[in-house]
Design a protein around this ligand. Structure first.
Ligand code: AMP
Ligand code: GLY
Length: 416
């Protein structure tokens, strides 16, 4: 039986651990650092997801057969390079390949060079030049910090004042560290997430999902890490899927091979269906969160086979299989999130809840749980269609009781 180490501790990692626990080959799962919900399915170990040396030492000491990396911070810290240099099998991109996420400018350069459809852009390190360029263009203006910014590095400035403030923040006050800013054209249309497993030139698509970034119903309120997700997406046609697979995902995989930094892990396309066709908003070098919590429950293949084949640079032996169910998940978040919030509120879940529960930010509280993060839990339900899955998920969300949680009730509103 195989021993697997999963790196990370949010809802995405809970979904990965859950999928691995369905594999008949997997005997033992460790998760670093994990969370209180993951602890029911894996042994959680108190090592930070970015502490590459401690993770490497743990994997060696415990004869881990395969390590699966959840978050980008670990990839950016070079975890895959270090593990491979030590002869250990790991699912995740090298630091050089992870630049497709960690540097907006690198991602843009690749897209322009290889003809992957995306918004036109310019990048700046000088505040005055950036401001002049933005003021000479039209509003809204899209400003993106060129580096990891925990989901807070994108500002849609509606006017000069907002642009000036954001550029000051990023280029003069170095809010996220010293870096450049990418200014790109504003695009309009429904957004969708298309994730695939990538092994060099080979691309294996997953079902599509849609995230909901705004905090409140009606897509109002501040941008968050994601308040819910669902699949399938009725507004995306087979033609769109075919186009995106060929012109975006396959092209990008090929480009990364040509650039000498082949992908080996998950490529996440954040896309927009504009009047002028599908365009890339962003790439991530990892599973999306909360999309993974609604995509991996649909997987019917043995995920260990896929992870280990890609980690070893082999083709998975069997084609990937997915269920056709509709699925929808609602995030329960701490009041105040994405701003500041209090922690430590007890959570009581009715015993007749009919949902899959993925923990995002919880801690043990005796035999139960308490809140320990911004996004706390996600309730996920399947149904014959998205409307049915949403009705079930809303009932399930009502069965989680806590004084300090809120959630959206309109996830999947684009499906009537
Ligand atoms: P990102 O972190 O790159 O996913 O950006 C966060 C959000 O900003 C996206 O989900 C979009 O809603 C929005 N956004 C990013 N780039 C653009 C763009 N070029 N035009 C319009 N909206 C954008
Ligand atoms: N759901 C967006 C992300 O994972 O970045």
């Amino acid at each position: 039986m195989k021993k697997v180490l999963v790196v990370g501790g949010g809802g995405r990692c809970h979904a990965i651990v859950d999928a691995l626990s369905r594999s008949p080959q997997v005997g033992k799962i460790y998760c670093a650092p994990g969370n209180a919900g993951i602890a029911k399915q894996a042994e959680c170990i108190p090592i930070k997801d970015s502490d590459v040396e401690a993770l490497l030492a743990f994997a060696k000491e415990h004869d881990i057969n395969l390590t699966v990396v959840g978050p980008e911070v670990a990839l950016a810290a070079g975890i895959a390079d270090r593990f491979r240099a030590n002869g250990l099998s790991i699912f995740g991109h090298t630091k050089a390949a992870a630049r497709i996420e960690t540097s907006k400018e690198f991602a843009k350069e690749i897209m322009i060079k290889y003809g992957v459809p995306t918004a036109a852009y310019r990048s700046f390190s000088d505040y005055n030049e950036a401001l002049d360029y933005v003021n000479a263009g039209s509003f809204p203006a899209v400003l993106k910090y060129d580096g990891l910014a925990a989901g807070k590095g994108v500002i849609i400035a509606q006017n000069r004042e907002e642009a000036e403030e954001a550029l000051k923040d990023m280029l003069l006050d170095d809010r996220f560290g010293k870096g450049k800013v990418v200014v790109e054209d504003y695009l309009e249309g429904p957004e969708f997430s298309f994730m695939c497993f990538v092994n060099g030139n080979r691309v294996y698509p997953m079902p599509l999902a849609q995230d909901h970034k705004r905090a409140f119903d009606g897509d109002k309120g501040p941008n968050t890490g994601g308040m819910g997700a669902y699949s399938p997406l009725p507004f995306i046609t087979e033609e769109d899927i075919h186009f995106t697979l060929k012109e975006v995902l396959q092209k990008t995989a090929d480009a990364m091979v040509s650039e000498g930094c082949p992908l080996s892990g998950v490529l996440y396309g954040g896309l927009m269906k504009t009047k002028g066709g599908v365009k890339v908003i962003e790439f991530n070098a990892r599973f999306g969160d909360p999309e993974t919590e609604v995509v991996l429950p649909l997987m019917q293949s043995d995920i260990y086979d896929i992870f280990s084949a890609i980690a070893e640079g082999n083709e998975p032996e069997n084609p990937l299989e997915w269920s056709n169910d509709a699925i929808l998940g609602i995030v329960l978040a701490s009041k105040g999130y994405p701003g500041s919030y209090d922690k430590g509120f007890p959570i009581v879940i009715d015993s007749d809840i009919d949902a899959h529960i993925y923990h995002m930010g919880t801690a043990a509280d005796g035999a139960g749980y308490k809140t320990a993060g911004g996004r706390v839990m996600m309730v996920v339900c399947k149904g014959a269609d998205v409307v049915e899955a949403r009705a079930k998920a809303n009932i399930a969300a009502g069965k989680v009781h806590c004084d300090n949680l809120f959630h959206r009730s309109d996830i999947g509103w684009q499906v009537k």
